[in-house]
Design a protein around this ligand. Structure first.
Ligand code: SF4
Length: 923
């Protein structure tokens, strides 16, 4: 293993040589100016603070066997030794004096803030016994696992399949569902994988230089691309740090992005800049001609003429009217993109796709540009994510469940991507079902989701949620409403495999409990990871294995079998064996690479933390299949497994046609024929939907700060010292109209209530639009429940159907074993806004449409900073208004959803068919 030197012959190198990782020596900076040497084991792991899975190196002090710090792992193929601020801040999370160190069980009423320490054995027995009873009584759909940050690959899919349940819930449709559906409809893959480093033009409807998905690995490569001459275009109503680095910033009115993208597509088509050969070869234009123009010559030229006709109204003038971006700028950028010729790298995440009604069409319109410029899967282009992501397989796959849970996939949203997770409280209140055992795992819906009051209400109702188990590394607002709070490890305290589509290539990385790994290298033996972690902090892998044995102790339920060792028949699976099997058998090239170093594959991953499986993955749609052409269609789950092109059988795309679907028969067949091609849906916050008489504006509540991440950064002192307030961004023109200055207190009124915040007057936001970052405004109801580095103490006051949350104590110094806690100089923890938002489920993707119509006014005499008021009756009414927009299934063949569209924890195929005489669960 070698690492590049900073400059040839200089002797300097940016990282410590791996040969010295077992015994790295450096001076202790705290002892300066004395030269006191410390000796470390450097143990690789991966960051758990965002989805990017960057590599970290833990510095384990050989004298104290404690972790001293985290730095980047130079051998990680995506992050290459670099991290954002949140990576090294892992040390704060591990050393936080307020962290949960032992399993807790509530002793008072749920949500009352009374807890007692219990043992892991007690917790496992009670939870396992309850699940076993539910399973034996045929109540499998009453057990649900709800995940925020997954951080693993396929782990829970295997576990929940082994349990035979349809009980996987996620956070996807408060995050990325709309963008995913847009991409999935095109290619069967639900995310883009841009090759920024080799692009000619980088088009971002996101903020990947400062935050966004895969922020650090992408940011490195965007800058590399720029240094090689790529032009950066950013579409964002807010002057983000990413937009500030752009060659062209297009501050579109929220929700108008698809209009601008389609205007660009029209111009590229009209000016002859499109890659017509690719369009003809790889899109399903023949299906369009057959379905929509059956009387016409089914030629590509006829299709092209039809396409130009379809987009004829998307003139630069129209796009300017919708977006507010000058037409000349739209034309200039369209020509730039048209000239990319196979080198357009693009991404949309959160922002326009997640903010707006119809956001999934934004992703489809963006992908249209990728296709028109012939940039699908090219060097410098944008690949389907699946080409660049590794997924493990196991020695034995449990069969798919014979269940369908309508609390997750109800009939109203047959194309939802994925579970309708944020509507769970409304479904439970409507009587669509109940939960007997509900796991929240690194998930904080009370705070993260819209309409958190509805979550609090349901979580306190034991008739709706029998037992709530919070698996979490940190106190959070939702854990306060649990029965068990079970401490799970941060990065460096747990095992996981992770792989992401950060670049053109596939890699796998390994998260590991670094103290256990370091002590095992010294010959110590541990039965469980919590024996080596601080307190009794555990990891989910071992927890699930033990819990599964509790559910099925004698194996008679067919569950235990899947949690037995592949090496020692009938014995309990260990976490070492789990990863040993995957690394020995399911990572191409790893055993050979490890053998070159004289290591077993597991030891290689423990030592280096990551492995590059392949680089420069391009053009996989052209890969020839071994099946000869003319042998009839190959299909599985409604997807093509190959496609005939030019007399050859090629891999193609996993769509029904095997091609890129510019025209979606799926949308036609499932009730959305008017959206069959990439189009433009006017958002719920479109200018025409705003009432100027009332002073309505658009609130962008979704932007990330580079230094924070949802819930988990709440206990990282370095990060909270940097970022601890989230004022409302207001344009100078609006500030003048409203007679506001920076620092003034305003009331922001939503459909269901209001919140009170300070104002930041800036030119960095489009007029008529206000913005507020969602990372701040953490709160705690009770002492001892929450991180005082970031969370204000609040009280709830109920008046009829309204609830007022008011801060009663801000952030401030507190005594603890960490002297820094008495040095907290900031008193502000920001304002929680999501509580004041109703649910807005997109009728197609199911995504919560985050943007809000709001009225901003000077705060009233009774208002206090941080106030949040919610009318819970009104929140139910808004839910029903959006529910009415949906177009329920069943679809063709009585199906609940198209067989070919992916969903997590896919049940057996027959479960996709709605049984006769089975009324929907809301009736
Ligand atoms: S981008 Fe930052 S938070 Fe995300 S994995 Fe990398 S270092 Fe961690």
């Amino acid at each position: 293993m070698t690492i590049e030197r900073l400059s040839p012959g200089s002797g300097l190198q940016p990282y410590h040589p791996p040969e010295q990782w077992d015994d790295w020596r450096e001076y202790d900076p705290r002892q300066w100016p004395r030269r006191v040497e410390r000796r470390y084991q450097l143990v690789p792991t991966i960051c758990f603070n965002c989805e990017a899975a960057c590599g970290l190196l833990a510095y384990v002090d050989q004298e104290t066997m404690t972790v001293r710090k985290f730095e980047g792992n130079p051998l990680h193929p995506a992050s290459r030794g670099r991290n954002c601020a949140k990576g090294p801040a892992t040390i704060n999370q591990i050393q936080d004096p307020e962290r949960i160190l032992y399993p807790l069980r509530r002793t008072g009423k749920r949500g009352e803030g009374k807890w007692a320490r219990v043992t892991w054995e007690e917790a496992l027995d009670e939870i396992g016994g309850r699940i076993q009873k539910a399973f034996r009584e045929g109540r499998r759909n009453e057990v649900m696992y709800h995940v925020g940050r997954a951080g693993y690959e396929r782990t829970m899919d295997r576990i929940l399949r082994a349990w035979g349940i349809d009980g996987h819930n996620s956070h996807t449709n408060v995050c990325s569902a709309s963008a995913r559906l847009g991409y999935a409809l095109w290619s069967g893959y639900d995310r883009p994988s841009p090759d920024h480093a080799n692009a000619r033009v980088i088009l971002l409807l996101s903020s990947h230089l400062e935050s966004g998905h895969y922020f650090n690995p992408h940011a490195q490569r965007i800058i590399e691309g720029k240094l090689k001459g790529a032009r950066l275009v950013v579409m964002d109503p807010r002057l983000s740090n990413t937009a500030s680095m752009a060659d062209h910033w297009l501050p579109t009115h929220p929700g108008s992005e698809a209009a601008v993208l389609l205007a660009m597509a029209r111009l590229i088509l009209e000016e002859g800049a499109a890659d017509l050969a690719y369009l003809e070869r790889w899109t399903n234009w023949r299906e369009y001609m057959a379905d929509r123009l059956p009387g016409e010559e089914p030629s590509f030229s006829s299709f092209l003429a039809a396409l130009k006709h379809l987009y004829r109204e998307y003139t630069p003038e129209f796009a300017e009217g919708e977006s507010g971006v000058p037409r000349e700028k739209i034309v200039a950028v369209a020509r730039l993109i048209g000239g990319a010729k196979g080198g357009l790298a693009s991404h949309v995440w959160r922002g326009s796709a997640s903010g707006n009604l119809g956001g999934w069409q934004v992703a489809r319109a963006l992908q249209l540009l990728t296709v028109l410029t012939g940039s699908v899967g090219t060097p410098g282009g944008t690949s389907p994510h699946g080409w660049n992501k590794y997924k493990p397989v196991f020695w034995e796959e449990p069969p798919p469940a014979k269940e369908w849970n309508e609390l997750l996939f109800p009939r109203e949203w047959p194309l939802s991507h994925y579970e309708m997770s944020f509507l769970l409280p409304h479904f439970l209140k409507e009587g669509r079902g109940r939960l007997d055992v509900y796991f929240t795992r690194v998930y904080n819906p009370v705070w993260t989701n819209p309409d958190g009051m509805a979550w609090m209400e349901v979580l306190q109702d034991e008739s709706l949620v029998g037992l709530h188990v919070a698996l979490t590394p940190i106190w959070n607002e939702t854990a306060g409403f649990a029965d068990f709070v079970l401490p799970m490890g941060h990065a460096g305290e747990r095992h996981d495999i992770q792989s992401q589509e950060t670049q053109s290539g596939r890699w796998v990385s390994f998260r590991q409990p670094v103290l256990r790994a370091a002590r095992e290298r010294r010959g110590e033996v541990f039965r469980a990871t919590h024996e080596a972690n601080p307190g009794e902090v555990w990891e989910e892998d071992e927890f699930w294995i033990d819990l599964s044995w509790r559910i099925d102790p004698d194996g008679s339920m067919g569950i235990r079998h899947f949690f037995e060792s592949p090496y020692r028949g009938g014995e309990k699976l260990t976490v070492h064996e789990y990863y040993r099997w995957i690394f020995e058998n399911a990572v191409p090239g790893l055993p050979e690479r490890a053998a070159k170093e004289g290591l077993a594959p597991l030891d290689y991953m423990r030592r280096y933390g990551a492995f590059l499986i392949e680089e420069n993955v391009h053009g996989l749609e052209e890969k020839p299949l071994t099946v000869p052409a003319g042998t009839g269609p190959l299909r599985k789950d409604g997807k093509a497994l190959g496609v005939e092109v030019g007399g050859k059988r090629l891999a193609g795309f996993p769509t029904p046609s095997g091609k890129l679907e510019i025209y979606s028969r799926t949308l036609v067949e499932w009730g959305w024929p008017e959206e069959a091609l990439p189009g433009y849906i006017r958002s719920h916050v479109h200018r025409q939907a705003l009432d100027p008489e009332k002073g309505e504006m658009v609130l962008l509540p979704t932007f990330r700060l580079p230094t924070l991440i949802h819930t988990r950064s709440g206990n990282a002192k370095y990060l909270n010292e940097i970022s601890h307030r989230n004022p409302l961004w207001v344009h100078t023109r609006d500030a003048k109209r409203l007679a506001l200055e920076t620092g003034d207190l305003v009331r922001v009124t939503t459909e269901i209530g209001h919140f009170v915040n300070h104002v930041w007057v800036t030119e960095g936001i489009a007029p008529g639009v206000v913005a507020c970052s969602h990372h701040l405004g953490r709160w705690r109801l009770h002492e001892g429940e929450g991180s005082r580095w970031s969370a204000a103490r609040v009280a709830l006051e109920r008046r009829g159907t309204t609830v007022l949350m008011r801060q009663i104590e801000g952030v401030g110094p507190f005594p603890s074993p960490d002297p820094d806690s008495s040095r907290i100089w900031w008193s502000d923890g920001g304002v929680h806004q999501n509580l004041a938002f109703p649910v807005h489920p997109d009728p197609v993707s199911g995504m919560h449409c985050w943007h809000q119509k709001v009225v901003v006014s000077r705060a009233r005499a009774e208002d206090r900073y941080g106030d949040v008021l919610v009318d819970t009756a009104r929140s139910g009414a808004v839910y029903r208004e959006w529910l009415a927009k949906a177009r329920p299934g069943p679809g063709p063949g009585g199906l609940r959803r198209p067989l070919w569209l992916d969903r997590p924890l896919r049940p057996a195929e027959e479960m996709f068919v709605i049984p006769a005489e089975s009324p929907p669960k809301n009736e």
